[in-house]
Design a protein around this ligand. Structure first.
Ligand code: FAD
Length: 498
């Protein structure tokens, strides 16, 4: 079994083949793949922590501040600082982006940054299939009208919860299609993980049984792989370049010992989460890159995107739940409004989402991705370890507000078939958060993008970005499946070329 250790406990090598920065799902996937080809060191800022409730989870997230239309707030980037990143406590929804998500240029006339990905779904498809084969996704096939071409499911979907069954009845009355929410939670034993016991501890907590898919066991289980080293409690502060402009080392801080350290490598892969990946590049100033590494075109940090989301909820008639409690986080979803809203405009994803500690509550989560705007950007704090370490300037375009309102009325209309007293919470819009993407946007034009289709910085060819900072458009589906598949693609191509 592998372990995360302090950097000072890792034997000093002069040069690694690959240094991966960030130990969330994207970084772990990249490090795992790269270590099959060369000496690899992964640097993770957080430390392994024991199980804690969600209130503490906020304290573990990136210490960032949001300057938005709503004023100045501590931001909640909806992730986790520590080995495994946000996926350690994710809700388990693993869904692929749709074919159309790779080119939304025809529906986002208001976008001031190009929403087109430089790759197509077909380029990512084999990696999606490989990730699904490795982890298993419990899902149905053929019920989701927007489902892209995929391998056959490796796991059957979970049974519908009593709560979701009530929501499905309402969907049926309205003629809205629905399908079991695709979950990276085993419906039967798979990939050396047990079947889920439906204990109800999915979202915001670590899985108690190991039934929920995560990258951490894969990487820690690769004990025999001596080419992979894992360092925690080490913050990457800045990349340094040599006289030719190539990255030669990363300056770090061992946050336990309070000591600086330098790590040298032939290739660097940044996967510190969209915010911190941008901040790291912007902090990496030098004579050759005075505005930050690869930021000669002033694009690093621009086009950062949030999901705009809200919850609609009603009390369920207790007898209809048959005393059922607890269940999985989500077992029904609809993409009927994903591409098109009734009033026009690109829609989003709607799924049932259990309310923690309130088993009698029926809740729908409605989610849209905003259009990429180059005026929305990330600025770094002075160091990666000071608070706040990242400042986000963000404004929501009025078209995106209207899109969210339209999707909200679908969620409200659905639940009002069950009870007219529907409550709506959209608190996330004020604090800005969920599924951050963009900031190191991929493209073929070095004037308007930061990385090329393979994730390589246009202006520094031995540094790659492997997390959702790559995404030109964040899409309304949950991002983790896509960012793992893309990290696998980027790291495999890097290994083949180096
Ligand atoms: C409660 C919860 C539920 C969620 N549910 C879902 C879901 O159901 N489906 C879904 O698709 N997504 C879900 N998400 C989102 C998902 O967790 C993220 O999309 C995913 O974790 C992003 O992966 P990442 O590797 O890009 O970044 P992260 O997971 O944020 O990992 C980045 C890592 O880099 C480290 N780091 C940052 N800066 C530095 C630095 N300077 N030096 C070294 N290391 C650094 C951080 O400590 C962190 O561990 C959920 C998130 C939360 C919090």
């Amino acid at each position: 079994m592998k372990r995360f250790v302090q950097l000072s406990q890792i034997s000093r090598k002069t040069d690694y083949d690959y240094c991966v920065i960030g130990g969330g799902p994207a970084g772990l996937m990249a490090a795992y793949e790269l270590s099959r080809h060369g000496e690899t060191l992964l640097l993770e800022a957080g430390v392994a922590s024991s199980e804690r409730p969600y209130t503490d989870l906020r304290a573990e997230t990136t210490d960032s501040v949001l300057l938005s239309d709503h004023g100045t707030h501590p931001a909640n980037p909806w992730t986790l600082r520590g080995p495994g990143g946000g996926m350690e406590r994710y809700a388990g929804i693993l869904i692929r982006y749709r074919l159309q998500d790779f080119d939304r240029s025809s529906v986002f006339a208001h976008a001031s940054a190009d929403p087109r990905w430089p790759i197509e779904y077909e380029d990512l498809r084999p990696y999606y299939d490989e990730v699904e084969q490795r982890f298993g996704v419990a899902r149905a096939s053929g019920l989701d009208p927007t489902e892209p071409p995929s391998c056959a499911p490796f796991l059957p979907p979970h049974r519908t919860s009593a709560r979701a069954a009530l929501i499905n009845e309402a969907f049926d009355e309205l003629g809205v299609g629905h399908f079991p929410t695709p979950l990276g939670v085993n419906s039967r034993p798979f990939a050396r993980r047990p079947a889920c016991t439906h204990c109800g501890h999915c979202n915001e907590t670590r899985c108690q049984t190991g039934a929920k898919a995560s990258l951490l066991p894969l990487v820690l289980g690769s004990g025999s792989n001596r080419r992979l080293r894992l360092a925690h409690a080490v913050t990457a502060e800045a990349l340094r370049v040599d006289s030719t402009g190539r990255a030669s080392s990363v300056e770090c801080l061992d946050t336990v010992e309070g000591r600086p350290a330098t790590v040298r490598a032939r290739h660097f892969v940044i996967a510190a989460g969209a915010l911190n990946s941008c901040a790291l590049l912007l902090r990496s100033t030098s004579r050759l890159h005075p505005r930050g590494l690869a930021n000669g075109n002033d694009q690093v940090g621009r086009g950062i995107q949030f999901k705009l989301t809200g919850y609609a909820e009603v009390r369920a008639p207790a007898r209809a739940l048959h005393g059922e409690s607890p269940t999985l986080f989500s077992t029904t979803a609809t993409t009927d409004f994903y591409h098109q809203l009734p009033e026009g405009g690109c829609g989003g994803f709607v799924y049932d989402a259990s309310a923690p500690g309130r088993p009698d509550t029926l809740r729908l989560h409605f989610v849209i991705s905003e259009a990429p705007m180059s005026e929305n950007f990330v600025a770094p704090g002075p160091t990666a370890s000071t608070r706040p370490n990242v400042v986000i300037r963000h404004s929501t375009h009025k078209v995106d507000r209207l899109r969210l309102r339209s999707l909200r009325s679908i969620a409200v209309g659905t639940l009002s078939r069950i009870d007219r007293r529907v409550r709506v919470h959209e608190e996330f819009n004020a604090t800005g958060m969920a599924h951050l993407a963009g900031g190191c946007r991929a493209g073929t034009d070095p004037r308007t993008s930061v990385v090329d289709p393979e994730g390589r910085l246009h202006q520094c060819d031995n540094v790659h970005v492997a997390d959702s900072a790559y995404f030109p458009y964040a899409a309304s589906a949950n991002p983790t499946m896509t960012l793992i598949a893309n990290a696998l693609r980027i790291s495999r191509q890097l290994a083949q070329q180096s």
